[in-house]
Design a protein around this ligand. Structure first.
Ligand code: SAM
Length: 357
């Protein structure tokens, strides 16, 4: 059964609003005033998570989004269809933990059934892999192409401390299931923290090489709910590379395009490793990402202070063209860079878990 046929069997199929809007006026691609064309939409499906990673959120006391503010499946698909008609070609589902959304399969099926100017968008997901053992096959059948899984340590005791849950085995089982289901390339994301897991860079890379996964290391960013980030504590991309080079020869691949990771061939390839140095080597000049939060707010940057409310106008009867206009309005305000190094830098009011990483 094709994704389109699968979609026709869902309740969303009965809503004409999930189709990419057709006909005049065509509002055009999402180009900002610096000429950046936006093709990648990150959708946060929920701000809730099944883990409590120390660098992301506190153990208790998080203020969750109120349920009535969360986009329904049908609202989410409608906004995605508007975005696809504006040139979005890739949709990444994230959170919080996207697998906590009960409608995840309907969401993937519905997105793959949207036909924009470049055909249906690619769908991928960033996940902690809890629940992936149960859902990987269905996600692949619904049209998901690949997944990125967060894995910061291979040591059970450390995992328990870092994620505040004893779930390393479940995470690894989820990773294996995703690989078996063909969700490739399967990328593993690790955030290294000084004195906590920065001694595992090589182990993580070797683990990925052994299993055919692609390892990526992300510099820790000032996006934690506790506002505890400090530049001194952050393990830099240069430090990560130095650790990896103790065990492997790394040669830059180049041709990065709009991808956040600088990739390196490991020992002559074909395996690669990626380093996402968002803080020390920002890649804002080629950013093609725009983000939709679980409560329907559009953000033009992870670090944006302002958001464009799509939920309220949509619920008050805005047309697809009105919503397309709001996408353009949001992008018009995009700044040239995230500004972490600027003197007046302020961490955004929402933490990473509520924006969608
Ligand atoms: N729950 C999913 C997961 O664990 O992948 C998706 C959401 S999580 C916020 C997405 C990614 O953001 C993860 O790879 C996580 O490690 C990363 N992340 C969270 N807080 C971060 C921070 N302060 N700096 C850098 N990366 C962060």
């Amino acid at each position: 059964m094709s994704a389109q046929q699968a979609f026709l069997g869902t309740p969303q199929a009965r809503m004409s609003s999930v189709r990419a809007p057709r006909g005049a006026p065509v509002t055009g691609q999402l180009v900002d005033k610096f000429g950046r064309v936006h093709r990648d939409l990150r959708i946060s499906l929920t701000d809730r998570c099944s883990l409590r990673c120390t660098y992301c959120m506190p153990e208790q006391g998080m203020q969750w989004l109120a349920k009535p503010t969360l986009l329904t499946t049908e609202e989410l698909l409608r906004l995605t269809a508007v975005a696809v008609d504006l040139g979005i070609e890739e949709v990444r589902l994230t959170g919080g933990e996207p697998l906590l959304r009960r409608d995840i399969i309907d969401v993937v099926t519905g997105i793959r059934a949207i036909h924009g100017p470049a055909g249906p968008p690619e769908v991928s997901m960033t996940t902690n892999a809890l629940g992936l053992e149960r859902t990987a096959e269905a996600l692949a059948a619904a049209g998901m192409g690949r997944v990125n899984v967060s894995l910061d340590t291979l040591r059970p005791d450390r995992f328990r401390e870092l994620a505040r849950r004893d779930r390393l085995d479940d995470t690894l089982a989820g990773i294996r299931a995703a690989y078996r289901a063909g969700l490739h390339p399967l990328k593993l994301n690790a955030v290294l923290m000084r004195g906590i897991n920065d001694d595992e860079a090589l182990d993580l890379l070797d683990f990925a090489l052994e299993h055919g996964y692609e390892m990526r290391f992300i510099e820790q960013m000032p996006l934690d709910a506790q506002h505890g980030w400090t530049r001194e504590e952050m393990v830099t991309g240069a430090e990560i590379l130095a650790s990896l080079r103790q065990g492997h020869e790394l040669v830059p691949v180049g041709q990065r395009g709009s991808a956040p990771a600088e990739r390196y061939l490991v020992d002559g390839g074909p395996a690669t490793v990626g380093v996402i140095a968002s803080v020390t080597a920002p890649f804002c000049g080629s950013c093609d990402r725009v983000r939709l939060t679980a409560d329907g707010q559009l953000r033009n940057c992870l670090f944006a202070q302002a958001e464009t409310d799509l939920r309220t106008p949509m619920r008050e009867g805005a047309s697809d063209d009105d919503l397309a206009g709001l996408f353009h309005e949001c992008l018009a305000g995009k700044r040239p860079g995230h500004g972490i190094d600027e003197p007046g830098f302020l961490q955004p009011p929402r933490p990473m878990s509520a924006i969608g990483g």
